[in-house]
Design a protein around this ligand. Structure first.
Ligand SMILES: Cc1cc2nc3c(=O)[nH]c(=O)nc-3n(C[C@H](O)[C@H](O)[C@H](O)COP(=O)(O)OP(=O)(O)OC[C@H]3O[C@@H](n4cnc5c(N)ncnc54)[C@H](O)[C@@H]3O)c2cc1C
Ligand code: SF4
Length: 862
């Protein structure tokens, strides 16, 4: 005769409890009944916002439907437990049903707390906790927009994790949105001051209004009792709003337990011991309703741990709660936010390493021990690509300069490669260790991410650990000599080269069409820029056309190079390094007028540093008026064609290297590729242009040109190798056309020409057969591709200047488009300005310190 376990609450943690019990209770010792107040089976509350991007309630349903059909489980949806009789060991539901239990598990979660603001009960006020809440919010926004004949104005009260999720939902519904937060920064519980500022700037740049350090005093109604305004402390006029969402925190639903005499914590929650048991030995509490180690935990991972512990205890085990890992990685309003370990540096002697790009909204902080060896925690805003690798290393030695972890992802080769210990956690939602992922690959033959997910559960909740799972899986497979999947990412099962061909053949032109046809989900930081790059390589439409702007990295989005202080550099294109005196004067004048730092670059350009976002269009306009254009000093595209002076001036020159460089640069400018590409042309074998250090290098001979390929100066510098000798100009160009297009079509994401060439089947010899001898019969097609590129090229910067909509994105502040960013601080060095260091900022303004030529305070605008 089986014992009856009654679970009150049908949320995420109850679901995990039932799954774990049915999996482990092989002798059918228990029958479990779940009393669930909501009208649906347990669903993924963490993924609730996906509802606004097309997911249905069914998509959010957790686990296999068969779970509730097994004879050992009963799910009672739409049924609320209203009282608990501990003496009689039974629970009564709202319809009067009495359910006797042998063991009771309370998994009632939390409710959204609404502060006592007058007007909080008006029509048009919502919370954000359940599927019903989001359906009601969506219906209201859609209906009001139709009634008002204009976009709805929304306010989200609460600038924490949930508030920003809710703001994303409101914006996604086409409404305008203001986020109101009492604290002086956003996400105060997860990120520090610097992170909060970065987050604010990025969110504001997306058009969301942010009001910090202010309280909501009253919600005002229109004549029909609907929300019409929100009065904020210290502001004379109310904000005109049509919908208000409260995201002001949650409170545990401990009323059932409290009424039955079970102890509750000082701030609520059913008090349990380390085995998740209440003082009543027959009653457990798990998930958000449990007060464990003196507090309630509002994340799903510790809830899942508690569910596993309760199951273990029921089955006679002695599992204990290991403490909560409160690490989080989220994508809020499209911005990466992650916080892990000792994010606020509370450990004595802890050091903080900070990298900040204020305008781009990137802020990264690592907290390390006083000897800078051991990682304690961190905060990542705007670029959380290192999160998956860093979080498991909390408490471990970083093994290299910690600063390397703060580099952008596409400098990935520089990130230290660490062998994670087997016990390090990969997936904190599901408590999966590195060792478990390795075992899945070796012992259970899981050779793709889906198989590892199914076997270990890693990555099945929030999904932030998937990049790391993939990396561990790949390393393990490589060790075992198994071919590693070339899938681009979790969403696209094709390699970059396969996807390129698929897009080319299908002629699809938008990200969403491509993902629907060749992938799944909504895409990620890997597939988005790759698809943007493929579209740019195939169709010479503007780099920001259609839905592409949102796919681009910052430099591409703003068409200029982001520098360390958040300003940009502009690098006027100077084909072949050949420049008219009046063009030199023009560049000098621009630099003077905008106060820009100037430098001759390694690629024969004059780089202009320190331009603020809102100054870029003005600078481009002056270049255009002077017959010049900006060049690509960013993005994965042609950078420069370096050349020596060649036969026109040099005593040794045997060919016109400048003329050839000009021709090549004008031909390949704007060409998007898997990695940046540079070319070089030397007028004789003396090689003054160092052409063999380039992706494609030409060295003049008496008879024409020797072409070298696959050299570059990345992290592992390589000399280019000889592809073909003594070809004339036209042949040289045809071969370079073919080589470049073949590389663009077949290389992996972020793969430079050197590794592509090395890893190509048959190596350089095979590439030579294809691009020189036309072994595959595709030479004409490759040349035609390049010819289209050349014909369709347009000056991207001039195109932006002609487009008032695109021009609007070039402002530092949404609400003050012409205002300069007051956070920038400079000092003068060798007669030019450069960004002030942290020490100089701190000493700025004092008579002994360096002379600051711009302010140092972080802007706080309200
Ligand atoms: C929009 C949103 C985003 C989130 N994002 C994240 C995230 O990124 N990462 C993260 O870790 N966490 C996130 N969370 C929090 C996470 O969803 C919760 O920690 C988790 O759902 C808690 O699970 P639970 O089972 O304890 O409670 P719940 O999932 O709230 O389930 C409790 C259930 O019990 C029911 N119930 C309550 N009382 C009774 C009763 N008397 N009778 C019957 N049924 C009852 C409730 O109706 C509810 O369905 C997010 C939450 C929201 C709302
Ligand atoms: S490579 Fe030859 S042609 Fe060019 S500058 Fe040097 S010596 Fe002169």
């Amino acid at each position: 005769m089986s014992e009856h376990v009654v679970v009150v609450g049908g949320g995420m943690v109850a679901h995990r409890f039932v799954e774990a019990l049915t999996a482990r209770d092989t002798g059918s010792a228990f029958h479990v009944t779940v009393v669930a107040e909501e009208d649906r089976a347990p669903y993924d509350r963490v993924g609730l916002s996906a509802f606004f991007s097309g997911s249905t309630p069914e998509d959010l349903t957790l686990g296999a439907p068969g779970l509730w059909e097994s004879p050992g489980t009963t799910l009672r949806t739409g049924s609320r437990a209203v009282s608990l009789d501990r003496e009689g060991q039974c629970v009564t539901t709202a319809d009067g049903t009495r359910l006797a239990y042998d063991h009771l598990v309370l998994a009632t979660g939390s409710y959204a707390w609404v502060p006592p603001v007058p007007g909080a009960d008006l029509a048009g006020v919502f919370v954000y906790r359940t599927i019903d809440d989001v359906i009601a919010l969506r219906d209201w926004v859609v209906r009001r927009a139709a009634e008002l004949g204009r976009p709805v104005r929304g306010a989200v009260i609460g600038g924490g994790l949930l508030g920003l999720e809710a703001a994303g939902a409101v914006v996604g519904l086409g409404a305008e949105c203001t986020v109101v937060e009492f604290a002086p920064r956003l996400m105060a519980l997860q990120v520090d001051e610097g992170g909060g500022h970065a987050l604010r700037r990025t969110i504001e740049a997306m058009g969301v209004d942010v009001r910090l350090g202010t309280a909501s005093e009253r919600i005002e109604a229109d004549a029909d009792g609907r929300v019409a305004g929100l009065r904020l402390s210290g502001e004379e006029d109310p904000l005109p709003v049509d919908v208000v969402v409260f995201a002001t925190g949650v409170r545990p639903r401990d009323e059932l337990a409290g009424a039955a005499g079970l102890p509750t914590g000082a701030r609520g929650g059913v008090v349990v011991d380390e085995g998740c048991r209440t003082p009543d030995p027959l009653i457990w509490a798990i998930g958000e309703v449990a007060c464990i180690e003196g507090r309630c935990l509002g994340l799903v991972a510790p809830g899942y741990t508690m569910a596993e512990i309760a199951v273990d205890r029921l089955l006679g085990g002695d599992a204990t709660f290991p403490g909560a890992d409160l690490s989080t990685k989220l994508k809020l309003l499209g911005v990466d936010v992650a916080s892990f370990g000792d994010a606020f540096a509370t450990t004595p002697g802890a050091l903080e390493l900070v990298h900040s790009d204020p305008v781009a909204g990137v802020y990264k902080k690592l907290v390390v021990t006083d000897d800078a060896r051991t990682l304690l925690g961190g905060v990542l805003v705007g670029d959380a690509s290192a999160y998956a690798s860093l979080r498991p290393m909390v408490g471990a030695e970083l093994g290299a300069d910690p600063g390397l972890w703060l580099l952008p992802e596409n400098a990935g080769a520089a990130r230290p490669q660490v062998d994670l210990p087997a016990e390090a956690a990969v997936c904190s939602c599901n408590n999966v260790t590195v060792g478990a992922v390795r075992d899945a690959v070796t012992d259970h033959q899981c050779h793709d991410v889906a198989a590892v997910k199914a076997c270990t559960r890693a990555g099945t909740s929030c999904g932030s650990c998937i990049p790391l799972v993939k990396k561990i899986m790949g390393a393990e497979m490589a060790k075992a000599g198994v071919i590693v999947s070339t899938a681009l990412c979790e969403h696209v099962g094709l390699s970059r080269a396969e996807l390129f061909n698929a897009v080319m053949v299908s002629e699809l032109r938008t990200f969403s069409e491509i993902l629907t046809r060749f992938g799944t989900g909504r895409g990620c930081d890997i597939c988005k820029p790759v698809i943007a790059s493929i579209l740019a390589s195939l169709y010479d439409e503007h780099v920001l056309a259609g839905d592409r702007a949102a796919l681009q990295d910052t430099n591409d989005r703003y068409m200029a190079n982001l520098q360390k202080d958040g300003t940009y550099s502009v690098v006027p294109r100077v084909p072949g390094g050949e420049i008219l005196p009046e063009q030199l004067v023009l560049i000098g004048r621009i630099a003077q007028d905008y106060g820009l730092y100037t430098k001759i670059t390694g690629g024969q350009r004059i780089d202009l540093f320190g331009a603020r976002l809102e100054q870029l269009p003005g600078i481009w306009q002056r270049l255009v008026d002077g017959g010049m254009e900006s060049g690509h000093a960013y993005g994965k595209s042609l950078r420069t064609v370096k050349s020596c002076v060649g036969s026109s001036w040099c005593r040794f020159g045997v060919q016109d290297s400048v003329g050839m460089a000009v021709l090549l640069e004008l031909r390949y400018r704007g060409l998007r590729s898997p990695h940046k590409i540079k070319l070089g042309v030397s007028g004789c074998a003396r090689e003054c242009a160092e052409a063999r250090g380039k992706d494609v290098g030409l060295i003049a001979t008496e008879n024409g040109w020797n072409i070298y390929v696959g050299g570059n100066g990345g992290f592992t510098p390589r000399h280019a190798e000889l592809l073909v000798e003594d070809v004339d100009d036209a042949t040289a160009i045809a071969i370079i056309d073919r080589y470049l297009v073949y590389y663009v079509r077949t290389a992996d994401r972020l793969q430079r020409t050197a590794p592509w060439q090395q890893e190509h089947e048959g190596g350089l010899d095979r590439i030579r057969e294809i691009v020189v001898d036309d072994a595959l019969g595709i030479a004409a097609d490759l040349e035609a591709h390049m010819a289209r590129h050349v014909d369709d090229y347009e000056d991207e910067w001039a195109a932006v200047l002609r487009d008032p909509v695109r021009l609007r994105q070039f402002s530092s502040f949404v609400n003050a488009p012409d205002a300069a960013d007051p956070t920038l601080a400079y000092v003068t060095e060798r007669g030019q300005r450069r960004p002030a260091t942290a020490a100089e900022r701190a000493a700025g303004g004092t008579s002994s310190g360096p002379v600051l030529i711009a302010p140092t305070t972080l802007e706080v605008r309200s």
